[in-house]
Structures are given as C-alpha cells and as structure tokens.
Design a protein around this ligand. Structure first.
Ligand SMILES: Cc1cc2nc3c(=O)[nH]c(=O)nc-3n(C[C@H](O)[C@H](O)[C@H](O)COP(=O)(O)O)c2cc1C
Length: 213
C-alpha cells in the first residue's frame, strides 16, 4: 500500500516554494538513485550535470523553454542528463575494468565473455546508426529511478524535456565530449498554491493497456 500511495501521490510540480531547500543527505540519495539505475548490458551511457546555485541555473536558462523558467529558478536544484553518443572501444574497456574492480569477475574468462556480449549489442546499434537513440532510452530509466526516489523522500520534482537540447550541448560543450543533452529534472518543494499538486491523476484505464496473452 505504501508503494501504491507513493505512485498515486507523486506528481509533476509546476510551482516551487523557493525558500525550501533539499538537505545534502537527501540530495546524495537522489544522486545515488541515478548511479544505481540499471541499463542494458550495464552500459551506463550517462553523465549528470548539477545546477545547485543561482549562477549555475542561470547558465542553463537560455536553453530552457519559457514555460519552465520558474520551475528552474524556484526549485532548489536541477539535474541535467546527457548521454555518450558513441560508446567507443575506450569506453567499453573502461566498463569491463570497472566491473572487474567492483568484483564482478571471479573467473577471468567471464570478463572476456561478458565484454564480447556487450560489444555485440553496442556494435549492432552502431551499425544501425542508433547508438544515441539506444543510449537515450537507458537515460530515461535513470530518470524514473530519480523521480521515484524523490517521491519516497517527500521531495517534489519536475521532469523537463521542455529545453533546447542542442543549446544545452552548446552551453556545456557537450558535443566536443561526444555527448548530447537529454532532459533535466528540477527538484525541491512545491509551493502551497502549486495547481498540479491537488489535481487528480489522469491515466489510461488498466483494461486499455494491459493484455493477458
Ligand atoms: C520525459 C518527460 C518530460 C516532461 N517535460 C515536462 C516539461 O518540460 N515541463 C513540465 O512542466 N512537465 C513536463 N513533464 C511532465 C508531464 O507532463 C507529466 O509527467 C504528465 O502530464 C503526467 O503527470 P504527473 O507527472 O503529474 O503524474 C514531463 C514528463 C516526462 C516524463
């Protein structure tokens, strides 16, 4: 029931109380939810950019759609997500090595096997010119983890696609790093008059979307 209540009560915050701050301990937990999110073949093709000062947020503001401005300025912190658009051999080797460091390979042969399996998947998407699209899908899994963890901590959030991702790339110099911006999430505490907080949720009825085979 606790889980159901969380899922029903989490909502997209449209208006923040600028005076309320997220504790550093809670914010560390939010970051950990991103770091621990799953991804296909453990590719983790993401990096996150944290704007937790007025200056940092203002740097991004030219890329944010007007209707989202106050959600960025009045929320406590903003996390932007970017993906790696080419998971090259150096990246793949780093992944193999990280998993080894983290104790995933008691048997060295498994490291080789797993690395080959991962390169097969990545190669398939590279051949189809779809690495960025595939990496983007992984990035949205992390967003889901972040939104849910925020709700569990009683922190309000706004997922934001209403920004100009190419402009974000320009501001943060992401293209030069082989990266591309995906989305942002504003985090903080909703204002007492946030009109979206009390509105009922609207979703397709279960019978429309779940089909027993
Ligand atoms: C990927 C994504 C991007 C979104 N972009 C924005 C946005 O730019 N601005 C905004 O106010 N809401 C944005 N939303 C919020 C959605 O409109 C909202 O999740 C949806 O209407 C369901 O409402 P709920 O989140 O309150 O349950 C976004 C949601 C998602 C998942």
């Amino acid at each position: 029931m606790e889980i159901l209540k969380l899922l029903q009560e989490r909502h997209t915050t449209k208006k923040y109380d600028a005076s309320r701050k997220i504790s550093d301990a809670d914010f560390d937990l939010l970051l950990e939810s991103l770091r621990l999110a799953p991804s296909s073949v453990n590719s983790q093709p993401w990096e996150f950019f944290i704007a937790d000062t007025k200056e940092a947020k203002e740097k991004l503001l030219p890329a944010i759609a007007d209707f989202n401005h106050s959600r960025v300025t009045d929320s406590d912190r903003l996390i932007g997500c970017a993906i790696h658009t080419d998971l090259d051999e150096t990246y793949m080797q780093d992944l193999d090595d990280q998993e080894e460091t983290d104790g995933r390979y008691q048997d060295p042969a498994y490291k080789v096997d797993n690395g080959q399996r991962r390169r097969f998947f990545v190669g398939k998407y590279r051949d189809a010119g779809e690495i960025a699209c595939w990496a983007g899908k992984q990035a949205y899994i992390a967003q889901g983890f972040l939104l849910y963890t925020a709700a569990a901590l009683g922190i309000h959030s706004t997922p934001i696609e209403g920004w100009d991702a190419d402009k974000v790339d320009e501001i943060l110099g992401l293209r030069e790093k082989g990266m591309h911006a995906q989305y942002a999430v504003a985090l903080g505490y909703g204002a007492a008059d946030d009109h979206n907080a009390a509105r009922p949720k609207s979703r397709w009825p279960a019978q429309r979307i779940f089909h027993k085979l």
